[in-house]
Design a protein around this ligand. Structure first.
Ligand code: ATP
Length: 241
């Protein structure tokens, strides 16, 4: 429990003009953990990830990654340090082939052998992407685009991957498949993962530790094993009585 965190947010506030979306968030992610932030629609989950990856500048507080203050860094610098964001809605390049989308993910790297190895690994994780490698990404289904977005992020060989609602719009079967691979990525590559989800069932099974966000504030934090047993979580997030 004394391992220094890979990522630490301290009292972070972010706003869209006059609208305060997150209000004093403090959280930690330790190396090689899977951490989840649960919360309903509009709670501020995406805003936390955007603030970490530099898409949004906080109005207060600090973001530290690998013991460096990255609060004022821009997104490209943050990616170079090994922190990659898979945004909600995937945002693949629809007019580029699957293969070229993947290579875009590796644009900061010069280790050709490592890139080739990682390409082979993502094709093993998601064989459908190998089959479709020459097709335009815009022709993929929603689930396949999500696979591609995660794979493109992996091609940057990140230390920390931020995942925004990987289950959004997917069938339960595809959601399970994607979560299975997310857990394998963590176990096999040692990639640390911060996962934001509305699907509390999937997130609590995949993650080690969880934060519960309501109206821009963290209202609960605990190991996922303990969160699953809490009455509020069971009732409001897992739909059990
Ligand atoms: P969702 O799953 O719907 O994305 P979320 O928990 O990720 O929910 P955020 O997207 O972080 O929530 O939004 C937090 C708050 O900030 C909400 O009240 C939302 O309406 C507001 N908000 C988000 N994006 C913007 C924006 N670009 N401009 C203005 N307000 C925004």
């Amino acid at each position: 429990a004394d391992t220094p965190p890979l990522l630490a947010l301290a009292n972070v506030e972010s706003a869209y003009g006059p609208i305060k979306a997150i209000r004093g968030i403090s959280l930690r992610v330790r190396p090689q953990e899977v951490v989840t932030v649960l919360g309903s629609n509009g709670a501020g989950k995406s805003t936390i990830l955007k603030t970490i990856s530099g898409v949004l500048d906080p109005t207060r507080g600090t973001v530290r990654f690998k013991d460096e203050d990255i609060t004022a860094h821009d997104p490209a610098e943050i990616v170079k340090r090994g922190l990659v964001h898979v945004p909600e809605g995937r945002e693949v390049f629809p007019l580029l082939s699957v293969h070229d989308n993947l290579m875009m993910g590796a644009y900061t790297r010069s280790d050709r052998d490592g890139v080739a190895k990682d390409l082979e690994q993502v094709y093993r994780y998601f064989p459908i992407l190998r089959e479709r490698q020459k097709q335009d990404a815009g022709l993929l289904s929603g689930g396949q685009q999500q696979m591609l977005a995660i794979s493109r992020a992996l091609m940057a060989a990140p230390t920390l991957m931020l995942l925004d609602e990987p289950s959004l719009g997917l069938s339960p079967k595809l959601t399970r498949e994607i979560f299975e691979i997310v857990v394998r990525i963590n176990r096999e590559r040692g990639t640390t993962i911060l996962l934001v989800e509305q699907n509390a069932h999937m997130a609590l099974n995949a993650a080690d530790f969880g934060y519960v966000l309501e109206n821009g504030r963290i209202v609960m934090e605990d190991t996922c094993d303990r969160l699953r047993e809490k009455e509020d979580i069971r009732e409001f997030y897992l739909g059990m009585k």
